[in-house]
Design a protein around this ligand. Structure first.
Ligand SMILES: [Mn+2]
Length: 325
């Protein structure tokens, strides 16, 4: 990884225009690593922007942006609508926490720059962004935060405790509280962030969620059932969910005994039903979702089905996994 850090440092030092972008519906791993990396870039006296979408509301992330401002910490976002006008052919575009163009906040930026860097920890898929200047995709990393934390360590730099806290939140979310994808390097990264002053109280506050959301989710988990002895299926009610809600339930289901893979079916809109699938690694959920028109990675995949019903989609899925209810 040292070679990557060296190359990345050179790229940052050689470029005056830098844009940082993560995936749509950003989370604390994507945004925490973006904010962390922006501090590093700033310490090299280079200007950078983090591409933000003002339409997406994420209470905890919004709270974090406010905290950065209140504490006079360096934070330089640019709205998605304006990013187009600042990008030039030689702008260094650093993409974090995804390697698929269509998943990024603003895919069109990728074609406008000839200087793209990709840092990600998801299993590399066929449709990764081609012709990048630097690509580092390592599925052995728990999170993108783990990469940025190691980069801080490598550079011998520190970061404000508030930002260290955001990063630790990202690391905990991506590992589902150190339950998934956790290695000794993950603990080391967490320990380093903690040494930098990551604050447990603030961390809990940022991880805290709305009680109603929690109860609603618990009810769905209660309704889930097992198929093939090692797969958990959860069929939501008729309310509309965001795909990240379905994904979150799927991740929660992986915590239970005997669950090697989980599938959550719910309405994403009136006429679209989504399936979110997760696996601990022995069952390839990408293959299963691909058969239903979707895609993803070995351990994380999803699909969307138009004009159907929850019942029909449930039946289709059970057929695909060769299960009996
Ligand atoms: Mn991540």
């Amino acid at each position: 990884m040292e070679q990557i850090f060296k190359t990345l440092t050179q790229l940052i030092k050689n470029n005056d225009d830098i844009l940082i972008m993560t995936h749509k519906n950003p989370d604390f791993d994507g945004m925490g690593s973006a904010i962390g990396l922006q501090q590093i870039i700033h310490s090299f006296k280079k200007n950078s922007y983090i591409v933000l979408n003002s339409n997406e509301k994420n209470k905890s992330l919004d709270e974090s942006y406010d905290l950065l401002k209140e504490n006079d910490l360096y934070f330089n976002p640019i709205l998605k609508t304006k990013a187009n006008s600042v990008i030039k052919e030689d702008t260094l575009l650093i993409i974090l926490d995804t390697h698929k163009a269509e998943m990024t906040e603003l895919p069109e930026l990728i074609n406008k720059s000839k200087n793209v860097v990709i840092i990600d920890h998801h299993i590399k898929s066929k449709d990764y962004i081609k012709d990048a200047t630097l690509t580092y995709i390592n599925a052995n990393l728990s999170s993108t935060v783990e990469f940025v934390t190691k980069y801080f360590k490598y550079l011998n730099k520190t970061v404000d405790p508030i930002i260290a806290t955001f990063m630790l939140v990202g690391l905990e979310i991506d590992t589902n509280n150190f339950r998934l994808k956790t290695t000794k390097d993950t603990y080391e990264a967490a320990s380093f962030l903690s040494q930098l002053g990551a604050d447990n109280v603030l961390k809990q506050e940022l991880l805290q969620e709305n009680k109603d959301d929690y109860i609603r989710r618990q009810k769905l988990i209660e309704k889930s059932y097992m198929v093939n002895e090692n797969m958990a299926l959860c069929i939501a009610d008729n309310q509309i969910y965001e795909s990240k809600d379905l994904a979150y339930i799927a991740e929660q289901l992986l915590q239970f005994e005997n669950v090697a893979a989980s599938f959550v079916i719910g309405h994403l809109s009136k006429d679209t039903i989504g399936i979110s699938a997760r696996s601990l690694g022995n069952i390839n959920v990408e293959e299963i979702m691909a058969k239903l028109g979707g895609g993803g990675h070995l351990t994380e995949a999803a699909t969307q089905i138009k004009n159907s019903t929850l019942k029909k989609v449930e039946k289709q899925l059970i057929e695909q996994i060769g299960g009996t209810k």
